[in-house]
Design a protein around this ligand. Structure first.
Ligand SMILES: Nc1ncnc2c1ncn2[C@@H]1O[C@H](COP(=O)(O)OP(=O)(O)OP(=O)(O)O)[C@@H](O)[C@H]1O
Length: 328
């Protein structure tokens, strides 16, 4: 993969061109001092995001426990503060209707919904945004990526994207694969459930997504090979969510394998429709990747070590080897 492919899939690169067909968003560049703060371990909210300000001494009641006796003032002094950046985030929440979804150039904090007050990725306050930015391993990987990135990626500015909140039914989300500007395949994105409506409407789903691709995406995105995600809310209503790299290291292929996608590509003839895969019955459902992500936060070092998230395979190989040694 050429490195610039990942750059082209960064939200801030494609959003201006595809504004009309995606969710209204605001892009804020992360200033260097905020980036350094986000790269640090631990969760210390900036003062502007702290919704539990210290009770002033003069109204402290007899029942107030002085937990931090003597250290309070020191702690308060150490809290970071980014008034300008925080004001921009607050303004963006207002512009987008009071409820937003956040992500960085490439990833959303889907591993951290447990930390917000409403236990979803919906952010209504600065506190929710800073909690997600600080607690997500997925975002941390984005922030740290410049350490191992090529020159091209290092020159990328890190951004926080605030998107207007949209209630999305997981059974309406699809990932699409494009090679040489041809729509090859479409897969259900939430493979942890069986959705009756998908099998009932499969032909309309393929048609709507194909029309959407032909009218809005084909030959307009800057790469010939890529993935894109859509939400098909109802007939003739398709919304673009995101673009991704056509590469197994960076994008999940869900109900296809990457080898299958390449085979489909080489067998595809002009006029062929994209291949569509979905869970066809209750028995076909698969474990939810998000549930796994949020239950077991693997240390980043371990993730990097395994590179393509194949830790399970690594452990399995180790066990097999040990068993073989025991048998000898
Ligand atoms: N504006 C929005 N409002 C509410 N939920 C959203 C919004 N945008 C995306 N989502 C939800 O968040 C999920 C993750 O979003 P997105 O695909 O942008 O993240 P990602 O990190 O790029 O994912 P991946 O790494 O799998 O490509 C989506 O599947 C969708 O369910």
């Amino acid at each position: 993969m050429k490195v610039c492919e990942r750059t082209e899939c960064s939200f801030h690169k494609w959003y201006p061109l595809f504004k009309r067909v995606t969710i209204k968003s605001v892009i804020e560049e992360i200033p260097p001092e905020v980036l350094s703060y986000l790269k640090e371990d631990g969760i210390v909210l900036p003062v502007e995001a702290n919704s539990n300000p210290r009770i002033p001494d003069d109204i402290e009641s007899d029942y107030t426990v002085d937990w931090m006796d003597g250290n309070d003032d020191d702690e308060e002094d150490e809290s970071p503060s980014f008034p300008e950046f925080s004001a921009k985030l607050k303004e963006a929440i207002g512009i987008l209707g009071g409820e937003v979804f956040i992500k960085t150039n490439w990833s959303a904090p889907t591993d951290s919904s447990w930390i917000t007050s409403c236990k979803t990725l919906k952010c209504k306050r600065l506190e929710d945004i800073y909690l997600l930015l600080n607690s997500s391993d997925r975002l941390m990987e984005n922030f740290l990526s410049s350490l191992k990135a090529s020159k091209d990626e290092q020159e990328q500015s890190h951004c926080i994207i605030l998107k207007k909140w949209m209630d999305i039914h997981p059974g309406t989300e699809f990932r699409c694969f494009v090679k040489d500007n041809v729509l090859l395949a479409i897969t259900q994105r939430d493979c942890s459930d069986f959705y009756q409506h998908i099998s009932e409407e499969k032909f309309e789903i393929i048609q709507d997504i194909t029309d959407f691709f032909n009218n809005n995406i084909k030959n307009k995105f800057s790469l010939p090979n890529f993935t894109f995600d859509v939400v098909r809310q109802k007939k003739n209503k398709v919304v673009l969510l995101d673009f991704g790299v056509f590469n197994k290291k960076f994008s999940k292929s869900y109900l296809f394998t990457w080898d299958e996608l390449l085979e489909i590509s080489s067998a595809m003839k002009e006029g062929d429709k994209a291949e569509f895969r979905y869970i066809g019955s209750e028995t076909g459902i698969q474990p939810s990747a998000n549930a796994f992500e949020s239950m077991c936060g693997l240390p980043l070092d371990v993730k990097y070590m395994t590179n393509d998230f194949s830790l399970i395979n690594l452990i399995q190989d180790e066990i097999t080897q040990q068993n073989q040694e025991d048998d000898v």
